[in-house]
Design a protein around this ligand. Structure first.
Ligand SMILES: Cc1cc2nc3c(=O)[nH]c(=O)nc-3n(C[C@H](O)[C@H](O)[C@H](O)COP(=O)(O)O)c2cc1C
Length: 273
């Protein structure tokens, strides 16, 4: 068994899994991802941040528009305030660095203004989506780069619980929205995180046309793989992955404040036509 076989087994929660012959160091690196929620206080250096942002900027960007930005937050008070916005997540306070990834249409507004040209397209949902996608692609490149430097991370979607408050804390101009945060730092190895299984590939990979039918059996085995994972981690999770996921989409109250996202986006200068 190779190291990549072991990664495949962990990634799919399947002791019989074997890696395909198509192999690379990058694939091994990506398969080893784990969200980390316990950090040592050791800082992330400016050199590391520069390298991580260069990796982020190397992601593809829609029409070369660069409709994203990122705010690096190290100040303990600002981190604590962001942690509260994100539902009191302790790791936002504890991680030495919080990167807040922004869908940023304010720069294009200024660019158009500088050229004395109209920018009415910025008011359409399409442009908001362009900016959010750009931010996500940049962030995931940053995540992979950070992990390659021995750092760890966890995304913080909780940053969307109170968007106007986050915008105020970060001094965001109109047409800028914090899509998610990202805790960065060195893992506290006394509280290690494990590789979390993903569903078998037929759940996500379709050939030629989409199939609902092919997903039922592998989703049932994913429930079992996640049950084994929770047990191995000593996590007292009630119900299966399916039940847990169903609860997450049960209604507006499950959205932890994000049910008013359209209103918040309007307040932040996105017309979303
Ligand atoms: C956009 C996004 C937002 C997330 N928000 C949070 C969050 O607010 N808090 C948290 O602890 N984890 C958050 N996560 C981490 C996910 O829970 C995690 O990626 C998922 O459970 C899979 O685990 P893994 O990353 O360890 O493989 C987020 C992940 C993504 C992609």
């Amino acid at each position: 068994m190779t190291d990549l076989d072991a990664l495949f087994q962990a990634r799919y929660g399947d002791p019989d899994a074997r890696a395909p012959e198509a192999r690379s160091d990058v694939i091994s690196h990506l398969l080893a991802h784990r969200s980390v929620r316990a950090y040592r206080p050791d800082p992330v250096s400016d050199e590391q941040l520069t390298a991580i942002v260069a990796a982020a900027q190397s992601a593809a960007t829609s029409s070369n528009l660069h409709a994203w930005s990122v705010v690096a937050v190290r100040d303990p008070e600002r981190k604590a305030a962001l942690a509260e916005c994100a539902g009191g997540q302790a790791h936002v306070r504890e991680a030495p660095l919080q990167l807040v990834w922004l869908a940023d249409l304010s720069r294009l507004h200024r660019v158009a203004e500088g050229c004395d040209r109209p920018d009415a397209a910025l008011d359409y949902t399409e442009m908001f989506l362009v900016a959010a996608i750009d931010a996500a692609l940049a962030a995931q490149n940053a995540a992979a780069a950070a992990e390659s430097l021995g750092l760890s991370l966890v995304y913080i979607g909780g940053m969307r619980n109170r968007p106007e408050e986050v915008a105020r804390l970060l001094g965001l101009p109109p047409r800028v929205f914090a899509v998610f945060g990202m805790c960065l730092g060195y893992e506290d190895t006394a509280r290690p995180a494990a590789i979390k299984p993903r569903p078998p590939q037929p759940v996500v990979l379709h050939h030629e046309t989409y199939s609902e039918a092919q997903q039922a059996a592998p989703l049932a085995s994913y429930d079992q793989a996640m049950a084994r994972f929770y047990e191995s981690q000593g996590m007292a999770v009630r119900g299966t992955w399916s039940v847990h996921s169903a609860k997450r989409v049960a209604g507006a109250e499950a959205l932890t404040g994000r049910d008013r996202l359209v209103e918040a986006l309007h307040n932040l200068g996105f017309a979303l036509k």
